[in-house]
Design a protein around this ligand. Structure first.
Ligand SMILES: [Zn+2]
Length: 310
């Protein structure tokens, strides 16, 4: 349900783009066609082209030459009038904002265009009040031998390949600075690259979204939670860093996690907290959803603070 809103917004966006772009072309065409000289040259040009077709069919060489000459003269007359009015041929064609999908959102091979995905993601971020993510390059990070995480990055490729049928939830735990967020962020980037709807947000930002949910008027509330439950991949970075104010945050968090678990929708959580600390902070029920022994997996990164190593 949640993403329907964004898909409808995209549809409206593209139909408006197409309308505006063809309106511009229609406007310039209107200027030309209201000019009597241009219109008569244009009509004569079309008639001559038709005659040329007939002449070619009949094989009358002299007639063909005569008509070709006439057509060239009419074309040059039309060009002269266009130049006079400062209208070039490009202005007479619908101008597309995206050359790949011609403002339809779908490319010629039937896939969603990258402009479409960008638009939908932009709408999602705007709704949730988030800024655009810059995903670090996964392969670059995986190559960095210094980070000692090469084995983990290799293992994670399996997760990316299998997505959306990867193990879930995936918990990446470990102390501050061991590289959990970068691993999660670059993984999210790889999955977004494959065309999936990905929402990556810190627990702190998630908390802010839940506060928006709480203060939104009834009827506008659902979009916040539905967006989080409906995206293909949800990544909550640094669970445990957010304030726990009242019950709103906890209830919303439970709602989102529960809904995603029930619908087998993948999510990734990074945290400094141990399982025991999660159970204590969020309760046993949420703990059991996050550390799901049956379908989930935990990657525990141990070691010295990588940020201090530099
Ligand atoms: Zn496009």
């Amino acid at each position: 349900m949640g993403y329907e809103k964004f898909y409808s917004a995209a549809e409206a966006h593209y139909s408006k783009l197409r309308r505006e772009n063809s309106a511009k072309a229609d406007y310039y065409l209107g200027i030309l066609h209201s000019d009597e000289k241009y219109l008569s040259a244009y009509n004569a040009y079309n008639a001559a082209r038709f005659d040329l077709f007939k002449a070619k069919r009949d094989g009358s060489t002299a007639k063909i030459a005569e008509l070709n000459e006439k057509i060239e003269a009419l074309k040059s007359e039309m060009r002269r009038i266009k130049a006079e009015k400062k209208i070039d041929d490009g202005m007479l064609l619908p101008h597309y904002s995206c050359a790949y999908c011609k403002d339809t959102g779908v490319t010629s091979d039937g896939k969603f265009c990258s402009c479409y995905k960008k638009f939908v993601q932009g709408e999602v971020l705007r709704t949730l009040g988030l800024t655009e993510r810059v995903y670090p390059d996964y392969d670059d990070l995986a190559k960095e031998s210094e980070n000692r995480l090469d084995a983990i990055y290799e293992k994670m490729r399996n997760y990316i390949e299998k997505f959306p049928n990867s193990k879930s939830p995936l918990v990446i735990s470990g102390e501050v600075g061991v590289g959990k967020s970068m691993l999660a962020l670059s993984t999210a980037g790889k999955i977004a690259e494959k065309g999936y709807n990905v929402i990556f947000l810190t627990a702190y930002e998630l908390h802010a979204v839940f506060l928006k949910y709480a203060s939104a008027p009834f009827g506008e509330k659902d979009v916040y939670v539905e967006t989080l439950t409906d995206c293909d991949l949800l990544v909550i970075d640094d669970l445990g860093c957010e304030p726990l104010l009242g019950n709103v945050s906890l209830q919303c968090l439970y709602g989102v996690i529960n809904e995603r678990s029930a619908n087998s929708k993948p999510f990734i959580i990074t945290t400094n907290l141990t399982g025991d600390m999660i159970a204590e902070r969020y309760g046993e029920v949420l703990f059991s959803r996050i550390f799901n022994k049956r379908s989930g997996v935990e990657i525990r990164i141990s070691g010295k603070d990588l940020r201090l190593k530099k």
